[in-house]
Design a protein around this ligand. Structure first.
Ligand SMILES: CC(C)(COP(=O)(O)OP(=O)(O)OC[C@H]1O[C@@H](n2cnc3c(N)ncnc32)[C@H](O)[C@@H]1OP(=O)(O)O)[C@@H](O)C(=O)NCCC(=O)NCCS
Length: 172
């Protein structure tokens, strides 16, 4: 399985439609959020990767290249009939490898506190849970985790970036 950056406008549109259809059940603002950030998909600040296994699309992952040091993994989605085959895990390992090559310091991700599958996956991949982000539209607290690409374990620096990246961030 490999992750492939989508560059063609039509493919990006298709992937966003797929992601929206999936996430809109849980996040009703998802389509408006995508519309609002449309330009960032064109200028490469946000990138959608296709998860491709032997020419078969098995899911998508969205990454926000937020600053020169920090990237945010905005979401990962594996089609229901392709789940539990290790695709999400492999996709995350590949993006972490790419971010290291690009000299990024941190990869951030947030997920609902009830998403036990993602929390388990992040734990086994050695992400550190560093706090919570109260999401104003979702009216709930999401868990914020970070992968330390430099391996320096400078938690003060991680907190400082988390405050900048997530409006509702708090350590507890
Ligand atoms: C979360 C999601 C991306 C995981 O994709 P996946 O390709 O099935 O995950 P993997 O096969 O790589 O499994 C990763 C780990 O989660 C576990 N896992 C995956 N699905 C599971 C399930 N339904 N129940 C229990 N554990 C599960 C796997 O056993 C594995 O753990 P292990 O390494 O200890 O064996 C997928 O379930 C999904 O698309 N869910 C809906 C969207 C979503 O919640 N996205 C996350 C937003 S941040």
């Amino acid at each position: 399985m490999k992750i492939m950056q989508l560059k063609e406008a039509k493919r990006i549109e298709e992937s966003l439609r797929n992601l929206t259809e999936e996430f809109i059940k849980e996040y009703p603002y998802y389509s408006t959020w995508i519309q609002k950030n449309e330009a960032t998909f064109r200028d490469g600040t946000r990138v959608v990767y296709e998860l491709n296994d032997n020419q078969k699309v098995v899911g998508y992952m969205m990454v926000h290249f937020s600053t020169t040091q920090c990237a945010k993994i905005n979401g990962i989605y594996v089609f229901p009939d392709c789940q539990r085959k290790g695709y999400a895990r492999k996709a995350l390992l590949q993006i972490l490898k790419e971010l290291k090559i690009l000299n990024y310091d941190y990869a951030f991700i947030q997920t609902c506190t009830h998403n036990k599958i993602v929390i388990h996956m992040l734990d086994t991949l050695n992400f550190n849970v560093i706090g919570y982000n109260y999401h104003n539209i979702e009216k709930q607290s999401n868990l914020v985790a970070v992968y330390d690409l430099k391996g320096e374990k400078n938690f003060d620096e991680m907190y400082t970036f988390a405050v900048q990246l997530y409006k509702g961030f708090s350590k507890n």
